[in-house]
Write a new protein. Structure first.
Length: 542
């Protein structure tokens, strides 16, 4: 994404041109401090129809902000701390009188600036917590939460180790608190702050909080309807591709399927312009069938090639134990195969279903010098192919990528499939990936997913999977005893993959699935169910 790094003549000219296109004189600024959720803030503002630019906290000064004259400013969260490696930021910006919303780290930064006490909390908060709204007549939290006794309460997503404890300033107002954070939302004059993340799906009324900040606090007047995203992406692809050839990495999941149908529109279904490559080996048991079904429907214009890379993957993964190292090994095989296909097909571009989630978790995303944590390295990010990449979904998360697919006619059977990681079953196997463990992972996954479908639960959860752990335990099957593997099942509810909560599957269902797995997979002795959400865990095991 293009990032504002200072009020240079060129930057100001570009900003003026963008305002003319959007028919607005108002602009918001988002200082991205490295949060995994930065893009969701932009998405929330886009839904409100206001124009927001990303500002680099290490480059943009008070002078630059005065030149832009933003209607409002937002400071995101981030992996840093106000105590250790605080992100670079010109604190004079806090004194300009422009309305500012600080989220998590952004709140702690302005609180410390005005003299509030910010400390490393002994009891941290990760995941969903209940916020008690102390003052809901304030513009920021107006209309949020549900009444319980004398106060309104709100379920919010927390992800912090530091907290704001107290402030002696007369104008400092506490707006909300949680069990471990006595000041979870506050206001000081034109500065507003929340210790939670309103941008994520698992915070109730999060979009309402942004609405209140934009229209009640900042009093924005000029907003515009969001452009029709599908048509915009098709037009961009058509201009990029021209009359050239595209190789598409097709996985059988929803993201690459959406890209496939965007390409179909962009090349006007012209034959020999798009070849899809499906890489077999570490995939789900039914992925190939879904891909072949799509290829049969689109055979007039689509060329499908299936490459069985099972042997290559297992060789590359030999003796590798750690999840991060396994991801790197998979990336190597993935790139090698696609480069060979680029050469044989003489492709001019390669297309992938890369989401902003993939970029962000890989330590990329918003272009800013603020440090970003690399949660996990994705297979489809920053590979450096020999031809230009087309990633039309790299500003989208899972739910609005699916919406985009619906607008262009992608089959619903593909769009509603559970997400599946690029490294496939590799990150669902602890320790070295062997042929035996890979086979167990695929068998158990198939039993679990089919059971969810049969029970009418597949669409009730966002994603589910099974992990072959390194643990073994004693089993008694028949009249004999032995040792077998422990497998861990998990299922989560989410919208965009940035956050997730554990799915509350019934005990009866889990017991039935466990029995089916141990009856049908002889190597498995025991089945457990994970109940951690994201955060603190990630959705996939590794």
């Amino acid at each position: 994404m293009k990032t504002f790094r200072g009020a240079t003549p060129q930057a100001m000219a570009d900003l003026a041109a963008e305002k003319r296109v959007r028919l607005t004189n108002e602009v918001f600024m988002l200082f991205g401090l490295g949060s995994q959720f930065d893009h969701l803030i932009l998405r929330a503002l886009a839904k409100l129809g206001v124009f927001c630019i990303v500002a680099d906290p290490a480059k943009v000064t008070m002078v630059d902000v005065c030149a832009v004259q933003p209607t409002g400013i937002i400071l995101s969260g981030g992996p840093a701390s106000v105590h250790a490696e605080p992100p670079p930021f010109d604190d004079q910006i806090f004194d300009l009188g422009i309305p500012i919303l600080g989220i998590c780290l952004g709140f702690q930064m302005w609180a410390r600036h005005i003299g509030a006490k910010v400390v490393a909390a002994e009891r941290r908060e990760f995941g969903q917590h209940e916020l008690e709204i102390v003052q809901n007549r304030d513009n920021l939290l107006t209309g949020c939460g549900s009444l319980r006794g004398s106060h309104s309460v709100l379920r919010v997503l927390q992800n912090h180790g530091d907290r704001v404890e107290q402030c002696s300033k007369a104008d400092f107002q506490v707006l909300g608190r949680t069990e471990n954070a006595p000041i979870a939302a506050a206001r000081f004059k034109h500065l507003y702050g929340v210790q939670f993340h309103p941008e994520v799906h698992h915070t109730e009324d999060g979009q309402k909080i942004f609405h209140n900040f934009v229209f009640r606090v900042c009093r924005a007047q000029q907003f515009f309807p969001a452009a029709e995203q599908a048509e915009l992406r098709v037009a961009q692809l058509r201009q990029q591709i021209g009359n050239k050839r595209v190789l598409l990495a097709l996985s059988g999941g929803s993201d690459s399927a959406v890209v496939l149908y965007l390409l179909k529109r962009a090349v006007d279904s012209e034959p020999y312009r798009v070849r899809a490559v499906y890489i077999k080996g570490i995939d789900r048991p039914d992925d190939l069938a879904h891909v072949q079904d799509v290829a049969a429907r689109e055979q007039v214009w689509l060329d499908l090639r299936v490459v069985d890379a099972t042997g290559q993957f297992l060789l590359a993964l030999k003796n590798i134990q750690g999840m991060a190292d396994k991801r790197i090994a998979v990336r190597g095989v993935y790139k090698e195969i696609l480069e060979e296909e680029i050469r044989t097909y003489q492709a001019d571009f390669i297309a992938q279903g890369t989401l902003i989630t993939d970029l962000t978790e890989s330590g990329l995303g918003l272009d800013s010098t603020a440090r970003k944590a690399q949660i996990k390295l994705h297979h489809n990010v920053n590979l450096g192919f020999s031809v230009p990449e087309l990633t039309p979904l790299d500003r989208h998360v899972k739910d609005n990528a699916r919406d985009l697919g619906r607008e262009i006619g992608a089959p619903e059977t593909l769009l509603v499939r559970h997400p599946f990681p690029g490294p496939g079953m590799v990150v669902r196997v602890e320790g070295e990936v062997t042929p035996e463990k890979l086979a167990i992972a695929q068998k158990v996954d198939d039993i679990f997913i089919q059971a969810l479908r049969e029970a009418g639960l597949y669409q009730e959860v966002w994603q589910a999977g099974a992990v072959v752990t390194q643990s073994v335990c004693t089993h008694t099957k028949g009249d004999d005893s032995g040792m077998g593997r422990v497998v861990a099942l998990w299922a989560v509810n989410s919208v965009d993959g940035f956050t997730a909560t554990p799915a509350r599957l019934s005990y009866d269902f889990l017991e039935a699935v466990a029995q089916k797995i141990t009856n049908n997979v002889r190597e498995v002795s025991s089945v457990v169910y994970r109940i951690s959400g994201k955060p603190p865990a990630t959705i996939e095991w590794g």
